[in-house]
Every structure is written in structure tokens, then in C-alpha cells.
Design a protein around this ligand. Structure first.
Ligand code: ATP
Ligand code: MG
Length: 332
């Protein structure tokens, strides 16, 4: 079976619909066909300042949500990144074969450092894509299911794998992005030209899986829509309505064509009201299951410990091979 690795940051108390539709939904599906490694990337979550208590809570909430949406810890390896020290170790090695200019071209750093300024951004935020490359390469992943925003980082991971292999001998599989076009980028409800984001969107721009359904319905009702009144899919001219159609289609399984036909002659208000109900139905079982997992943190931690142990076996072997190729003496 081909290998898969992907991760999600515990930077919020809930995943949003962008995380789910862009990435996590595919993680669940790939369990049928791939050998899957999924991690809560807590090392990535400390790059822009954080509160330790919130991080601990959010790490568990993230794991609970992954289990709730259908990640099966017996079929997949589900773990927390900081519990597998090889990630940080390989990241150092990869940072030594990454060019400074190459790292400087990463647009996520430019975006995320824009607000506070580059001088106030951490070096960790700058080297984030290198740690991400380590996450992927440690598991010899063939495919990495992510949203469109991660395409450039994936390209760096590929370059680093190839560069290491060429310089020191083949150790790493060169990973390919797995990005599902229709849902690769879910947009902010208040700014339908920007991606829905845990850290950058305003609360009213995000639909969280764990949000109270009435609150989500209200956010959808006040979503920015476009001039005109026709319900058509037109990303360039009607980004707001198109985003709502994308979400509606993905959650209901009805095609965009089917939806635009069904809403022919109806208004934005009808679409928004119905989408609110679709979201409410969709999140109800996820919320229930998430809370059930969170009610037993000891069991949750036990599942994650088993995952970390499974992950370390694979990560340890890859790191040992890389260290050997680099000329490091054997670990005693
Ligand atoms: P942050 O703003 O803190 O970076 P995030 O919302 O981007 O948070 P991540 O944990 O960085 O969430 O990303 C987890 C996964 O979700 C990644 O695969 C990412 O590509 C995907 N993703 C994030 N936002 C969206 C979105 N709006 N549409 C589709 N996929 C998304
Ligand atoms: Mg992100």
C-alpha cells in the first residue's frame, strides 16, 4: 500500500470547515487504500506564541476530533508530533541543505509575518516548512493530502528529498501532493477571497466543527455574498456564493449543478438558510463523538501513546538511515 502522511496544527479549539473539507475528509477516505500516518503537529503550533494550557487542551481536542470524524487508530497511525523526537532531529538535518533564499521564498511565512513584521517573527515560523518536510520524509510518504495553501511547502519537501538523495544516497521517498480540486480552498465567509484560517480569519469568517449550530447558521446568514441575486457558481465574479455552494455540495453530496438547478429562481437567503441546516446536521454526530473522546482523556492519551510508538518505529529507521548516510557515528 502507498504511504500517506499529513498533519494538523492544534492552534484552535476546533477544526474549521476548510480543514475538514480541504484535508481531513481525504485523510479518512485514504484509510481504505493507503497506509496512513496522521499527526497533530504541536511543534508547529508554538511558532507564533502560545499558551501552554491552551496547547495541551487543543492537542487533545484535535486528536478527539480526528477520531470523531473517522480516523481509526487501528487502521492508521495517529500521533502527536512532539512525542516523536525524530521530527525535530531530521528538521535540523534538512535545514542544513535548505538555502536561505529558498526558505525566504515561502509565501506562508510572508503572509504570517506580515502582521507583526518580519523582525518580530520567530525563526521557527521561518523554518516551519523545513520541519514540515521532516514530518513527511520520515515516513517515506508517497502522498500528502493537504489544502491548496500547502502546495508550495510540498514542493520544498520534494526538492529536499531529491537533494538529500542525490548528495548522500537514496534515503527518502519523494512525496506527491494530494489536493482535491473542488475543496482545495474554502474561503473566509466575511472575505471570500481569503482562505478560511484558524489564525487569520475573524470568528465570523469561520465555521468551526465544534461551533454551536445556531451560531454557525447565523454566520452563514451573514456571510458576504455578491451583487446580483442569481445563485450560480462563478469563482471570479461571485466568490461568496461560490464558496457557499462548494461547502453545500461537499457536505450534502449533491453536485454544484444539481444545487444551482434546485435554487434556480430562489434567493441567497434560501440558500443560506438551507446550508445552515445542512451544517447543523453534519456537525451534530461529530460534536457528540468528540465530546465522548474528551470525557476520557486517559484513554485518549493511551491511544496517542500507542500511535507515537508505532510512528517512532518508522521514523527511527528513516532517521538512522539518514544519519548513517551523513557520516554520523552509530548511535550507542
Ligand atoms: P493556521 O491559520 O494556524 O495556519 P489553518 O486553518 O491553516 O491554521 P492548519 O492546521 O495549518 O490550519 O492546516 C491543516 C490542513 O488544513 C492543511 O492541510 C491545510 O492545507 C488545510 N486547510 C487549512 N485551511 C484550509 C482552507 N481554507 N481550505 C482548504 N484546506 C485548508
Ligand atoms: Mg495553516
Amino acid at each position: 500500500r502507498p504511504r500517506v502522511l499529513s498533519g494538523i496544527q492544534p492552534t484552535s479549539d476546533s477544526f474549521h470547515l476548510g480543514n475538514y473539507l480541504g484535508a481531513v475528509r481525504n485523510w479518512v477516505q485514504m484509510q481504505e487504500t493507503h497506509d496512513c500516518f496522521y499527526c497533530v503537529v504541536d511543534l508547529h503550533a508554538i511558532t507564533a506564541g502560545h499558551d501552554p494550557e491552551a496547547l495541551r487542551r487543543r492537542t487533545r481536542v484535535s486528536a478527539a476530533q480526528l477520531l470523531a470524524v473517522g480516523i481509526d487508530p487501528d487502521a492508521s497511525t495517529l500521533f502527536v508530533q512532539s512525542q516523536v523526537p525524530e521530527h525535530a532531529q531530521l528538521a535540523w538535518v534538512l535545514s542544513c541543505i535548505t538555502g536561505y533564499g529558498e526558505a525566504s521564498r515561502m509565501t506562508q511565512f510572508k503572509d504570517k509575518s506580515a502582521k507583526g513584521g518580519v523582525d518580530r517573527s520567530s525563526v521557527g515560523l521561518f523554518t516551519y516548512p523545513i520541519l514540515q518536510a521532516a514530518d513527511i520524509l520520515l515516513y517515506q510518504a508517497d502522498a500528502v493530502p493537504v489544502g491548496e495553501d500547502q502546495r508550495q511547502h510540498l514542493e520544498l519537501s520534494r526538492d529536499l528529498a531529491q537533494r538529500f538523495n542525490n548528495a548522500f544516497g537514496k534515503v527518502f521517498t519523494v512525496p506527491a501532493p494530494y489536493i482535491v480540486r473542488e475543496t482545495a480552498k474554502i474561503y473566509d465567509l466575511q472575505d471570500p477571497t481569503a482562505k478560511m484560517s484558524k489564525s487569520a480569519s475573524s470568528p465570523t469568517g469561520i465555521i468551526d466543527l465544534l461551533d454551536e449550530p445556531n451560531r454557525s447558521a447565523k454566520k452563514i446568514r451573514s456571510a458576504v455574498t455578491d451583487t446580483g441575486r442569481e445563485i450560480v457558481f462563478d469563482q471570479a465574479n461571485k466568490p461568496g456564493v461560490s464558496n457557499l455552494l462548494t461547502i453545500y455540495s461537499a457536505l450534502s453530496g449533491r453536485s454544484i449543478d444539481e444545487l444551482t438547478t434546485a435554487y434556480d429562481g430562489k434567493g441567497y437567503g434560501d440558500l443560506k438558510k438551507d446550508l445552515g441546516a445542512v451544517v447543523a446536521d453534519f456537525v451534530a454526530p461529530i460534536q457528540k463523538a468528540t465530546h465522548a473522546y474528551l470525557d476520557d482523556p486517559a484513554e485518549l492519551d493511551r491511544v496517542l501513546a500507542i500511535g507515537a510508538e508505532k510512528a517512532r518505529r518508522v521514523a527511527g529507521a528513516t532517521l538512522a538511515a539518514a544519519y548513517d548516510r551523513l557520516g554520523f557515528l552509530p548511535t550507542v
